[in-house]
Write a protein of this length. Sequence first.
Length: 329
Amino acid sequence: MEYRRMGKTGLQLSALSFGSWVTFARQTDDHINERLMMQAYDAGVNFFDNAEVYSAGLSEEMMGRVLKKVNWDRSSYVLSSKAFFGWKGEAKKPNQHGLSRKHLMEACEEALVRLQVEYLDLYYCHRPDPNVPIEEVVRTMNTLIQQGKIFYWGTSEWSAAEIMEAHMVAKGLGLEGPSVEQPEYNLFNRMKMEVDYAPIFNNVGMGTTIWSPLASGILTGKYNNGIPEGSRMSLEGYEWLRDRAVVDDKLARVKALEEFANELGVSLPTLSIAWCLSNPNVTTAILGATKESQLTENLKALEVLPLITAEVKDRIDAIMGTKPVVIRN
Ligand code: NDP
């Protein structure tokens, strides 16, 4: 396993990490979650990602039970959660979501209880909240740090301007700004990581824990000939994702990319994940997996990383046509 420093912090994250979003949503008992987490940990994965909204709090509970059972040394792994969406679904009341001091403080406390830990290493604002002043967010996250409930705070899917504002507010108050951002990053979605955040990487030096490196599985090629039964896109409640992701235009490019992967002698998922890791601004790619075989395959991405040369990147850009084009006047 390779470990990367999270931005300007001293924290080291494994370049491949493990998240529980849809993965844990499908389990009725902890057995497979435990096996997947143990497989990841044994391979050197040290970062496990979660959020209050995943399975309406159940995902944190499941991970908490597994962590308690496996009883790893708490200092050997990094644990995260995120607040914003709340965990009460449609029934949520006004202060049971968002980034107000009230919700952040309460949500953090609830996450600690569900995960059965004394602190979170990383705590994210899962989305920006236009109804809360950034100063309130910065002050609250710093209170949580001072209380020892979280070690670092971060953002997820914030714009570059919002992140910079948080840094400037924090600096003015002598407080800590966000040290990590969690954006989507994969061969279909590159703008934020490669263009929008460039000034942040250059000037502030944030880490990134990128999500959906396989675009929810599209970049494995498994949807090239239809929707396999039991796959994420076949699940009830994820129609929105299927409609957005399983479209002919994308699949044609995935098929061409698969041919290129064959030419290189590697699998499509490992090529797609290794491509993400070839961006030096990626601290870790968070993997999702519902089967041990998927994890076994995806963990090989680090072996493929040395193959991602400038020429290979050019070939991938030509196939995918998703390299951001920046027009500066
Ligand atoms: P991916 O894009 O890697 O998709 C993972 C899914 O793809 C798996 O669950 C599996 O789905 C399928 N898959 C993975 N590997 C293979 C393989 N080798 N062969 C065939 N199918 C495979 O990541 P996720 O979308 O799951 O995101 C990863 C993590 O990122 C989440 O768990 C979460 O922690 C975080 N995240 C954060 C978000 C945010 O807003 N901050 C948003 C979304 C995710 P299946 O078996 O069901 O087909």
